[in-house]
Design a protein around this ligand. Structure first.
Ligand SMILES: NC(=O)c1ccc[n+]([C@@H]2O[C@H](COP(=O)([O-])OP(=O)(O)OC[C@H]3O[C@@H](n4cnc5c(N)ncnc54)[C@H](O)[C@@H]3O)[C@@H](O)[C@H]2O)c1
Ligand SMILES: N[C@H](CO)Cc1c[nH]c[nH+]1
Ligand SMILES: [Zn+2]
Length: 426
């Protein structure tokens, strides 16, 4: 982890860049995968699973038996934990449903808006290096609450050509039946174009590595919607002398272990805290089964000594982290100043891992600075807001002249006539 002392603000934009491969490098591979899936459908998915995941699966779709037996393949304790997380996530997302009243903007002019579920959605559940069944809760719960009719789940098969039992168990809990053993760009292509076994969907959700994220961005050019670019996980921690260096190190490592292309950033006004956190990281890193992955991510990561809390906030808002942890005294003032971040964790006893698994908030969040413009997944991500209006004859008399005048001024006579022809009848 690189240590930087008081960098000039002029170099901040460079520091705020993520260590991602550029589009040019990935695009030819992804377009090649898209072409194969479009031309060969299911057969392409079999071939690509063999190439990238290690084995050609026996069947592309999980069977009802594979779903039914999952509950016997994981411990009772884990099932209980999944149910607790389910309940918290459901409770938090249920509150996001909104009911808009009918608004009478002028007498007889009635407007309203209704949330309508997207009918066909695709959920990508990462599984390349870790089976993220928690992501299935984060996507499946709001999809079900919204009322999506068709839910397709894609996840990479293991080296044995199977789907992890916790993913199968969670899918059963959610009542999701179409589970495809496909990962990476080929999964995104299958959900965008459809194959013999995989129905095409209107919107694709879910995080993933750079191949998945780039593939999702490319299918938007073909008319398929996506939730957001949710790529390699990242965290930025602001720590002052009230922080516990061991806690901060653990939080930084928790995101570093996601993948070699993850980035973690530590900001502090105290060089002593930074040195303590770095030595804690060295200690804790050795104990991790994913030490090699986390170590690679740490090579792309940095610890920066800043002049003031205000500077830390300014840098964080420029960086727009997926996760922001505040391990500082003045929690409320700094939290109020956050304008760019996916999800914020306040205080020494709020580990980011709580949001990853079970507190209730959604962990599918924008990375790579996209938090400047995108929100994380929520119930809203699974609905469209359709507007309706009903105008009475009296209402048209009230609003008609306004419309006629505006249409006239835009030189759009047919628009004006659509009102005038009615007014003449009244
Ligand atoms: N932003 C978020 O909300 C969020 C949430 C959870 C996880 N994540 C991120 O998701 C990612 C999960 O990554 P992962 O790799 O473990 O699983 P993954 O499921 O995203 O990707 C695995 C797939 O990548 C494809 N692939 C791998 N190497 C390839 C190559 N050289 N060419 C073409 N395709 C290739 C393969 O098809 C494989 O099935 C991590 O980067 C993690 O940080 C992000
Ligand atoms: N931190 C990830 C989001 O960037 C989510 C996750 C799933 N499992 C563990 N963590
Ligand atoms: Zn995580």
């Amino acid at each position: 982890m690189k240590k930087l002392l008081y960098p000039e603000t002029i170099v901040w934009p460079e520091l705020a860049k993520r260590p991602v491969k550029d589009l040019q490098e990935l695009e030819p591979t992804i377009r090649g995968i898209f072409k194969l899936v479009q031309e060969q459908g299911d057969e392409a998915l079999y071939q690509l699973a063999e190439k990238y995941d290690g084995k050609r699966p026996d069947a592309l779709l999980a069977t009802p038996e594979e779903l039914a037996t999952a509950e016997y393949e994981i411990s009772a304790e884990l099932k209980e934990a999944i149910l607790q997380a389910y309940s918290n996530i459901q409770l938090f997302h249920l509150q996001q449903a909104e009911q808009m009243p009918i608004v009478e903007t002028m007498p007889g002019v009635n407007c309203w808006r209704k949330s309508v579920a997207i009918e066909k959605v695709g959920l990508y559940i990462p599984g390349g290096t870790a089976p993220l069944f928690s992501t299935l809760l984060m996507l499946g719960i709001p999809a079900k609450l919204a009322g999506c009719k068709q839910i397709v789940l894609c996840t990479p098969p293991s080296k044995e050509g199977a789907i992890h039992p916790a993913i199968r168990y969670t899918a059963s809990l959610l009542g999701i039946e179409t589970i495809v053993k496909a990962g990476g760009a080929q999964a995104v292509a299958a959900m965008a174009f459809g194959t013999e076994s995989v129905p095409a969907v209107s919107k694709i959700f879910g995080p993933g590595n750079q191949y998945v994220t780039m593939a999702k961005q490319l299918v938007t050019q073909l008319g398929v919607a996506i939730d957001m670019p949710a790529g390699p996980s990242e965290v930025l921690v602001m720590a002052d002398e009230t922080a516990d260096p061991a806690f901060v190190a653990a939080d930084l490592l928790s995101q570093a272990e996601h993948g070699p292309d993850s980035q973690v950033v530590l900001l502090s006004t105290s060089e002593t805290i930074i040195d303590q956190v770095i030595s804690e990281i060295e200690k804790q890193l050795q104990e991790l089964p994913r030490e090699a992955v986390a170590a690679q991510a740490l090579e792309n990561s940095m610890a920066i000594v800043m002049k003031s809390a205000r500077q830390m906030l300014d840098f964080s808002n420029l960086y727009a982290p997926e996760h922001l942890i505040l391990a500082i005294k003045d929690l409320q003032t700094i939290a109020d100043g956050v304008v760019n971040a996916g999800s914020v964790f306040l205080g020494n006893y709020t580990p980011e891992a709580a949001g990853d698994y079970a507190s209730g908030t959604n962990h599918t969040l924008p990375t790579n600075g996209y938090a400047r413009a995108y929100s994380g997944v929520s119930l809203d991500s699974f609905v469209r807001k359709i507007t309706f209006q009903y105008i009475t004859p009296e209402g048209l008399q009230n609003i008609g002249r306004t419309i006629e005048l505006m249409a006239d001024a835009e030189g759009l006579q047919a628009h004006k006539n659509a009102v005038s022809i009615r007014l003449k009848k009244l």
